[in-house]
Design a protein around this ligand. Structure first.
Ligand SMILES: [Zn+2]
Length: 266
């Protein structure tokens, strides 16, 4: 069983093919949202698959839409088992998302995550120091860093804090990520795709769920281990994240069954 902790299924044009692949490769897919509309779409998609978990978040690019009235997010926050995608990206200031709005929304979501005891899936591109600062300020520990590209210093502080780190598609081509992969403690490692990766203009085949198989293969190579060890570690790690979420009990059962079958077949 594979785990994709960060995908955006609402951004596909042909979802049927995507859901077929998710089923074929048995990929539990955490479907991240970028605003209220995308969360609604993701909830609809999840209704068509027992492998898809929809979660609510506000991507930093969309912060200005909600910074004036944060309470309009409350219902979605309450209904979501984890919160993602949330965070900061200072490059997006040029694209019309002021840093003050981004921080306002991110801090609101951090406080909500604390209050409701939820894990957060964090975007920290072009803002690793600022993201760490706010995570420390609010003393949040249930953190999943998505596609981390920040400094070694920030990485170490987040590892010490117990944060999880996802490895995704860029391990296939980025030497920086290939070097980072073995440094993540095995019990803090997760996998993702960020599919459909619209921003990168990758070939279609790469932006489909099955790319996770290649990611795990490469991850095993970089860490000098087997794909089985990676898969089992990621399954265990994801189990620990969802273990206290009543809503996700059916996914826990799936993973537990899968780990048991693997033990039995050895
Ligand atoms: Zn994303």
């Amino acid at each position: 069983m594979l785990i994709d902790v960060h995908a955006h299924l609402d951004q596909y044009t042909d979802i049927d093919e995507v859901l077929k692949e998710i089923k074929q490769h048995q990929i539990i897919t955490v479907c991240n949202s970028i605003d209220l509309d995308s969360y609604k779409l993701n909830c609809d998609i999840a209704g068509r698959s027992n492998l898809v978990i929809p979660v609510f978040g506000v991507h930093p690019i969309n912060a200005p839409k909600y910074s004036g009235n944060l309470h309009q997010l409350d219902e979605a926050i309450a209904s979501s088992p984890l919160l993602g995608e949330i965070g900061l990206d200072l490059k997006l200031v040029e694209q019309g998302s002021p840093a003050t709005d981004q921080k306002l929304v991110f801090e609101y979501l951090l406080e909500a995550a604390l209050k409701e005891d939820k894990y957060i899936i964090v975007h920290s591109k072009n803002a690793d120091v600022e993201v760490l600062e706010l995570i420390e300020k609010h003393d949040v520990h249930k953190v999943i860093m998505h596609w981390f590209t920040g400094s070694q210093e920030v990485f170490r502080k987040l590892v010490e804090r117990g944060a999880f780190f996802t490895i995704g598609t860029d391990i296939l081509y980025s030497t920086k990520t290939q070097q980072l992969a073995p440094e993540i403690p095995l019990d803090q490692l997760l996998t993702e795709t960020d599919n459909p990766l619209v921003s990168l203009n990758l070939p279609n085949a790469l932006a489909m769920p099955r790319v996770l198989v290649d990611i795990v293969e490469r991850l095993a190579l970089q860490r000098d281990t087997t794909e089985t060890e990676i898969n089992q570690a990621v399954e265990r790690n994801f189990m620990s994240i969802i273990q206290k979420i009543p809503k996700l009990v059916k996914y826990r059962k799936k993973i537990a069954r899968d780990l048991k079958n693997q033990r039995a077949s050895r």
